[in-house]
Design a binder for this molecule. Structure first.
Ligand code: Z5A
Length: 212
């Protein structure tokens, strides 16, 4: 009897500052990979469709106030509640492209007064570590051409500067810094190449854990 082994899917995360094009590129990448015969799901954090996500949504829209540590833990809980889905999807050989992950969790919370990067990393420690983090890098000047900030809680210039600085502290060798000032199509070409490389490289590897 010949049984064929199922290779696992790759976990690919899109990170970057506000309006760097994460959602645009993550959704496009799902389609690009599907079209290339590499089945891929799209996810995003926060996932506002769950009960916890509903609380987060209300907080981001400034409808409720929550203590800084408490909202940080809710953002983390939102990822942990989706862990079974992430594990199952990767195990059946489907890739996942996620728009923001634990890195966003850390860089935003640690941009607040009295919140340390190390403390913020703890609640996401042990989640699946992405095989590839695509960091969309765009200057503040270029981002301003994409329109004004919206009305959500963190959409303020000074705060975003601290977020940008915090990202620098999290980068490791799974990160690729992508020039996000390119056109949407050019950017997708670069991203597709990086994604295909990592899908091939990691298909027989165990899924590592984040920050352990
Ligand atoms: N947050 C947190 O605190 N803790 C956590 O654990 C997590 C998140 C996961 C909401 O997240 C907030 O939650 C966010 C972080 C915090 N706070 N802020 N600020 P979100 O993911 O829901 O955030 P968002 O506001 O929906 O996404 P974004 O960062 O603002 O946008 P983006 O996804 O990077 O960009 P986009 O929507 O793809 O594109 C933005 C615009 O630029 C749009 O008009 C596009 O057409 C245009 N665009 C895109 N690409 C290009 C290129 N290449 N050239 C020109 N124009 C472009």
């Amino acid at each position: 009897v010949v049984t064929s082994k199922v290779c696992r899917g790759a976990l690919i995360v899109m990170e970057g500052c506000d309006r760097s094009g994460k959602t645009t590129q993550a959704k496009l990448l799902k389609k690009t990979l599907d079209d290339a015969g590499k089945p891929t799901d799209f996810m995003c954090f926060p996932d506002r469709s769950t009960q916890i996500g509903g609380i987060i949504n209300n907080y981001l829209k400034c409808g409720t106030e929550l203590e800084d540590h408490a909202i940080h833990l809710l953002f983390s809980a939102n990822r942990w509640e989706l862990l079974p889905k992430i594990k199952m999807t990767l195990a059946k050989g489907t890739n996942i492209v996620i728009d923001r992950y634990a890195f966003s969790g850390v860089v935003f919370s640690a941009a607040k007064e009295g919140m340390s990067l190390e403390w913020c990393k703890k609640s996401d420690t042990g989640l699946p570590k992405p095989d590839l983090v695509l960091y969309l890098d765009v200057s503040e000047k270029d981002v301003q051409k994409r329109g004004q900030f919206g009305a959500e809680r963190y959409e303020k210039e000074e705060f975003q500067k601290r977020v940008r600085a915090n990202y620098e502290l999290l980068k490791d060798d799974t990160w690729r810094i992508i020039d996000a000032s390119l056109s949407i199509d050019k950017l997708q070409e670069v991203i597709k190449e990086e994604a295909l490389k990592v899908i091939n490289k990691t298909k027989d590897e165990k899924i590592p854990e984040l920050w352990v």
